[in-house]
Design a protein around this ligand. Sequence first.
Ligand SMILES: N[C@@H](CCC(=O)N[C@@H](CS)C(=O)NCC(=O)O)C(=O)O
Length: 208
Amino acid sequence: MRARMALLSSSVVCELREVALRSKPAELLAISPKGTVPVLQLHDGQVLEQSLDIMLWALQRHDPEHWLAANHAICAEELAMIAECDGEFKTHLDRYKYPNRYDLPDGLAHRAQGSVFLAELNGKLARTAYLAGSTWGLSDAAIAPFARQWAHTDPTWFAAQPWPALQAWLNAWENSPRFVLLMRKYALWQLGDAPIWWDQSQTDALSI
Ligand SMILES: N[C@@H](CCC(=O)N[C@@H](CS)C(=O)NCC(=O)O)C(=O)O
């Protein structure tokens, strides 16, 4: 989701190949044996296997919406926030969401631990409209999909938390026209399929 968002914002056109994780195509595993998505293959054969790398690659090529902070200190702060999200917070998210996969009776301890990060996000969003500052940026796009997963694990519990700024930020994103596009379902890719282009024409088609 975050890679697709950054590619869309950058207007860098790429071919979208939807895959099912339960039956990964051999073509995917041939270029990226670790078998996670997203994966972006460049024309020179280079393969980007981390969503954050794809975001940074696209935005460094073209960043018309200024998602990358010009200020180095702010950029470093955003990358640190994303690292915390992808590291400790993701660990708690996985265990809160799927305790039985980790032999846990429930995910409550991890819910409590992950909530520390969410409270920090709420504090930040109470001071500035977005995590990146006054406009939506890299950290917003990188973190929103994980905050969303957390919120949807137990929506009633999430709505009851004293995090109005975080709840409003998430709600605004989930109700944005681009979100509609992100949630659109595509047929699974098969060898020989005509390319589906992930670019601005997708948003134009939806009048976004
Ligand atoms: N650090 C990687 C994590 C990617 C990841 O774990 N992707 C999940 C789907 S969102 C996946 O492909 N899981 C493999 C599987 O379920 O087989 C990234 O950000 O790109």
